[in-house]
Design a protein around this ligand. Structure first.
Ligand code: SIN
Length: 269
């Protein structure tokens, strides 16, 4: 594939772009820079017709930072950085069915994740992504002032213990600002999610429940979203610091299958 400028096609004015003109098994240095810029601008970027084996998937991820090992879900036996994302007629649930940012229970939640789906169901199986910049920007000035300086607890235990009840293991639990500043763009975004965030600190449980409930309903507004329709061999790369996502399981009993790598991040501020 020629090393011309990438074609970057925004999917909405707020979030999401599809990128054409790159082979992710051998991106050039300049293309990697353009991809990093596109991720900063669009928060989640999509690629079609890619054929990533595990090595090229990991190499692409490593172009953006060290790869993380998932603290809750085991990776592949010989490649712990790679998590299989798979659902079929025997599945009792799928990964990421509720709105979430990945692993916000970690002290340093991931910078981003790169999901490669090689097998898609005949219909359905989309992933929704929500812009936490857009959600924050749409809050009233009074709500922004209220949230400024608040922190919230993000707990992995209630997410992973039901999946692996036999394991005697402690899952991460950490406190992060409710409004986070993106370390690259400097933009502010909401940083609470219905999967991991359990409690706003220093307010009553009733107040915390009410505020979190309001914020989750606010983030579910489709005006902040892009919906990605997978085709076989598509790739989604999301910036976990300013987005949430949700995998729609509307294709049972069909099969949807792929692999994910996750790039380490830093402490939210
Ligand atoms: C995930 O939450 O990482 C899974 C997303 C998907 O399967 O689309």
């Amino acid at each position: 594939m020629a090393d011309g400028p990438l074609e970057i096609v925004p999917l909405t004015a707020r979030i999401g772009a599809e990128i054409h003109g790159v082979d992710l098994t051998r991106p050039t240095h300049r293309q990697l820079e353009e991809i990093a810029d596109a991720l900063a601008a669009h928060q989640v970027i999509f690629f079609r017709d890619q054929h990533l084996d595990h090595d090229s998937h990991k190499a692409f991820g490593r172009a953006f930072g060290e790869l993380a090992i998932h603290p809750g879900v085991p990776g592949l036996a010989d490649q712990p950085e790679i998590v299989a994302i798979h659902a079929d007629a025997d599945s009792k649930g799928v990964a990421g069915e509720n709105w979430h940012s990945d692993l916000t229970c970690n002290a340093e939640p991931p910078m981003g994740s790169i999901l490669y789906i090689h097998t898609t169901p005949p219909v359905g199986g989309d992933t929704l992504f929500a812009s936490m910049y857009a959600a924050y920007d749409a809050l009233s000035p009074k709500m922004k002032a209220y949230l400024e300086g608040l922190t919230a607890v993000h707990d992995g235990d209630h997410v992973y213990r039901p999946l692996f009840p036999d394991l005697d293991k402690r899952y991460p639990c950490n406190t992060h600002p409710v409004v986070r500043t993106h370390p690259v763009t400097g933009r502010k975004g909401l940083f609470v999610n219905a999967s991991y965030t359990t409690r706003i600190v220093d307010v009553s449980k009733e107040e915390s429940d009410a505020v979190l409930g309001y914020l989750y309903a606010h983030c579910a507004n489709p005006n902040f979203h892009v919906r990605f329709q997978w085709r076989p061999h598509s790739v989604a790369f999301w910036d976990n610091r300013c987005t949430q996502h949700l995998a729609v399981w509307d294709y049972f009993p069909a099969t949807r299958s792929g692999f994910r790598v996750t790039v380490v991040g830093d402490k939210p501020f």
